[in-house]
Structures are given as structure tokens and as C-alpha cells.
Design a protein around this ligand. Structure first.
Ligand SMILES: *Cc1c(COP(=O)(O)O)cnc(C)c1O
Length: 223
């Protein structure tokens, strides 16, 4: 078994039922993606539209591509024809653009709202207050081609496990609140995307449905 297959195997044994793995392949070559694919992996995460576009053309069509990074509105049109999920929606404007481009392609693209829960000031995402205001305004309900399918977050970049745990817990509490308040009868709102290489084991305590792991599977990224 190759190293990539070995890492995938190890992660799969750790993930509980109900948590899917997004293998984050950004900055890694198509050969690495193919190796993971051959080891049975089908969901891959990328964070640059151009890179994703180029890779997708060389790889099997049954790969489910998730866009996980910060997405500029002017890039949505490139990925709208095929992307399976967009994880880091951080403004209503972006949600509107995704809806427009999804509709042009006769598609529905599930979107996750990115919550800013980390201590760093530079991270993207809605504060829980801003997210609540956006949901309360209700306009998103008209964006039928960009259904809100859940939340995503990145924890603080620290070795302080307690702090990381609190970040994920804050996100999870907001998910439960939003579910109860805005999505009670909407089964599509069910996804919680949290956890990366250095903190997915902590994230698992807060029951994510998706973890996004790159480095552990593919090694360090070369920029
Ligand atoms: C790159 C990236 C990941 C994966 O990070 P690793 O530390 O390599 O596991 C997860 N989520 C997002 C949003 C990313 O940009």
C-alpha cells in the first residue's frame, strides 16, 4: 500500500459513521489525487478555481469536488457547472452569485455558511451575530439554486486544545440554534464542516459531518 492509501486508511478507521472525509488536494498534483482515488476516495477539496478547473479535466468524472477556500464572486461562474458543494460562503452577495450561476447551469449547489469563530482577526467568515441577521432577514429562502446546507468553520490556529475545542463548540451551538430557528423542517440543513490535519481529532468530539484533511494525506504543500 502506498503512503497516501495508508493515510486514508488510517483516517477512515478514525471517522465515525456520519462523518465524511474531504481529501484536500490543493497544490498537490493530479497524480496524487489519482492515487487517493484509486484507494477509494471520491470527495476532494480545492480552494482555487483555476487549479480545480485544470485538475478536474484530467481526473475521473465521478469525483465529487468541494470548493473549500475563500471564493471570490467573479470566480463562481467557472466552478458552477460541476462543483458539488461550496464550503466557505461568507457573504449574502456570494450566495446570490452562486444561486445565479447554479440556475444558469440548471443546478442546485449546496452551500455552507462559514462562521468566524477563531481568535485570529484576519480569518474570513460571518460572526455568529452577522450570520443570524442574514438568516433572520429571510431573503436567502428565495435563492433556491443555492440551498444552505449547513455550516463550516476553521478553529484558531493554536496548540491550545481547549481553545480549539471551544471554537468548534461555538460553531456547533450555532448550528443547533440555526437548525431550530430557521431550518426546522429543512432536511438539507444538516452539514457541519470542521476539522483539518492538526485539529480533526478535536473536531470529532463536536460531531462534524465533513472533515477537510490535506497535509496528513498528501504531505506538505509546495507553493
Ligand atoms: C487547506 C485547507 C484545509 C486542509 O488543511 P490541512 O492542514 O492540510 O489538513 C482545510 N480547510 C481549508 C479551508 C483549507 O483551506
Amino acid at each position: 500500500m502506498g503512503r497516501i492509501a495508508q493515510e486514508l486508511d488510517e483516517i477512515r478507521r478514525e471517522l465515525p459513521e456520519g462523518t465524511r472525509l474531504v481529501a484536500v488536494s490543493k497544490f498537490h498534483p493530479t497524480e496524487a489525487v489519482r492515487e487517493a482515488y484509486e484507494a477509494g476516495q471520491r470527495i476532494f477539496g480545492e480552494s482555487h478555481a483555476q487549479e480545480l478547473d485544470a485538475k478536474r479535466k484530467e481526473l475521473p468524472a465521478d469525483i465529487e469536488w468541494h470548493f473549500i477556500g475563500h471564493l471570490q464572486t467573479n470566480k463562481v461562474k467557472y466552478i458552477a457547472p460541476y462543483v458539488s458543494m461550496i464550503h466557505a460562503v461568507d457573504s449574502f452577495k456570494l450566495l446570490q452569485e452562486i444561486n445565479k450561476r447554479a440556475a444558469e447551469n440548471n443546478r442546485h449547489i449546496p452551500c455552507l455558511l462559514e462562521l468566524h469563530v477563531a481568535e485570529e482577526v484576519t480569518k474570513y467568515g460571518f460572526t455568529t451575530e452577522a450570520c443570524d441577521r442574514m438568516l433572520a432577514a429571510g431573503e436567502w429562502q428565495q435563492l433556491v439554486n443555492a440551498p444552505i446546507a449547513g455550516i463550516m468553520c476553521m478553529a484558531s490556529n493554536t496548540d491550545d486544545e481547549q481553545r480549539i475545542r471551544e471554537d468548534f463548540k461555538k460553531a456547533h451551538d450555532f448550528f443547533n440554534y440555526a437548525k431550530e430557528t430557521y431550518f426546522k423542517n429543512d432536511e438539507r440543513f444538516c452539514e457541519r464542516s470542521y476539522g483539518m490535519t492538526h485539529d480533526y481529532r478535536i473536531a470529532l468530539k463536536e460531531q462534524p459531518t465533513l472533515v477537510r484533511i490535506g497535509t496528513k494525506i498528501f504531505g506538505e504543500r509546495v507553493y
